[in-house]
Design a protein around this ligand. Structure first.
Ligand SMILES: Cc1cc2nc3c(=O)[nH]c(=O)nc-3n(C[C@H](O)[C@H](O)[C@H](O)COP(=O)(O)OP(=O)(O)OC[C@H]3O[C@@H](n4cnc5c(N)ncnc54)[C@H](O)[C@@H]3O)c2cc1C
Length: 395
């Protein structure tokens, strides 16, 4: 079976590895002239690392990723702390919790794909349209060339053209929140900020997540701010340090130090999309952000795309002769979980930005209640404990 994957991002490449591993003839078509990623971090949570380990990448993720010792919560202005989650040696989720520079994680997947099937990644191939002809799909690219495949997978991200070609334009809704992201050189902040673990700063109108990447050489910074004057959801819009600082007036000096040292602050609007009723039509299906984009509050976008690839490859393997059945199995196995994560992620907003945090004692009370270890475990165990390689497909 010949499978064409549209999109060579984190989801497309990992799906390529999963399908190749099951003996399918995979080709990946990426619009960009080279595979690359924005300068930002990505957290590989235990469910995601379990998926990549199933693809034979354990040695690579451990070598290139950074293992965090745990996560700490900080109150926005006083910098008082509470334990959020212990990881490292105390990680109880059964697989590593690692952080990466996005380019490093993408590079690791690209190298594995190039090693396992040289020439399978085709660059400068921007999907334009598709035509289903019996048991085959003909894909046309913007440059006018075409390919024919037995199955096509749209892994072309949040603004997916494949999704649009199947189901028409989607409805996107602005959340009233925008995000800042950037990388900070460790030597600029080393003595002030914990470079071994992750942190989450909670405030009344914003929250910040930081974690080390590149073995502690850089700190990744993401902040989500209640602000309705920035509505562009592209990841490459540059802001200024001055503008970013304005969003953290009254916050701890530690936060100011980090924001002042972000190499280039980028900003994007947080947009939500309604879950799709179906992900597949005929011999085409979707994967990753193309079918279940999520707010970043649980760090699950990339992790879910890794799970999708592993499960989809298993479904196609189980039902090689009947793609309809394979896609039905895939959606059944994945939709409930991904919708649950997308919904839980949206619900985090009131937990992490809460008016109670304005005042110290009420704020600490809120944190102690919401981040009580038992509640944290209930919230995260079903996410982190999932194993895409063994989950029952027939359930
Ligand atoms: C700042 C930030 C931090 C994040 N942190 C985390 C995190 O810690 N953990 C986590 O799990 N998730 C995180 N996410 C979410 C995660 O990055 C996404 O969910 C993930 O990248 C989705 O992978 P994907 O392959 O579906 O889409 P993408 O990574 O967007 O890849 C899509 C690919 O398709 C290509 N493409 C698009 N259109 C076409 C076309 N017409 N033809 C051919 N190719 C095309 C694109 O160029 C791209 O290479 C974060 C997101 C952001 C913005």
């Amino acid at each position: 079976m010949k499978i064409a994957i549209i999109g060579g991002g984190l989801g497309g490449l990992s799906a390529g590895l999963a399908l190749h591993g099951k003996g399918f003839d995979v080709e990946i078509y990426e619009q960009a002239p080279e595979l690359g990623e924005v300068g930002a971090g990505v957290q590989l949570t235990p469910n995601g690392s379990r998926s990549l380990i199933a693809l034979g990448l354990e040695e690579e993720i451990l070598r290139i990723g950074t293992e965090t010792t745990g996560k700490t919560i900080y109150l926005w202005d006083t910098a008082e702390t509470r334990d959020f989650m212990r990881l490292g040696e105390e990680n109880k989720y059964g697989a590593p919790y690692l952080t990466f520079h996005r380019a490093d994680l993408l590079g690791l997947l690209k190298d594995a794909m190039n090693a396992r099937k040289p020439g399978a990644i085709h660059l400068n191939k921007c999907f334009a349209s598709q035509k289903q002809l019996g048991d085959q799909v003909e894909v046309t690219f913007v440059d006018g060339t075409t390919v024919t495949a037995d199955v096509v997978i749209g892994a072309d991200g949040i603004h997916s053209s494949v999704r649009r070609s199947l189901f028409g334009p989607d409805q996107a809704e602005f959340t009233g929140c925008m995000a800042w992201r950037g990388l900070v050189p460790a030597d600029a902040i080393e003595n002030e900020i914990d470079m071994k673990g992750g942190s989450m700063w909670l405030g009344p109108n914003a929250h910040i997540v930081t974690y080390p990447v590149r073995k502690g050489k850089l700190l990744n910074f993401i902040a989500m701010v209640d602000r309705d004057d920035w509505k562009l959801d592209g990841w490459n819009q540059q802001g200024t340090t001055e503008e970013a600082m304005e969003d953290f007036v009254g916050w701890s000096e530690k936060v100011h130090l980090v924001v002042q040292n972000i190499s280039t602050p980028f900003k994007w609007a947080l947009i939500v999309r309604k879950p799709l009723e179906s992900w597949s039509k005929g011999r085409i299906t979707l994967l990753g952000d193309a079918c279940h984009s999520t707010l970043p509050f649980l760090s699950q976008g990339a992790n879910m795309s890794f799970e999708d690839g592993v499960v989809l490859a298993r479904c196609l393997e189980t039902s090689r002769d009947n793609v309809d059945v394979a896609f039905r199995l895939y959606e059944k196995a994945r939709k409930e979980r991904t919708t649950g994560i997308v919904e839980l992620s949206a619900k985090q907003l009131t937990r992490v930005h809460n008016p109670k945090l304005k005042e110290r004692s009420e704020g600490l009370e809120h944190i102690d209640r919401e981040y009580e270890p038992g509640r944290v475990d209930t919230r995260y165990r079903w996410i982190y404990g999932y194993d895409a390689a063994t989950v029952d497909l027939m359930k």
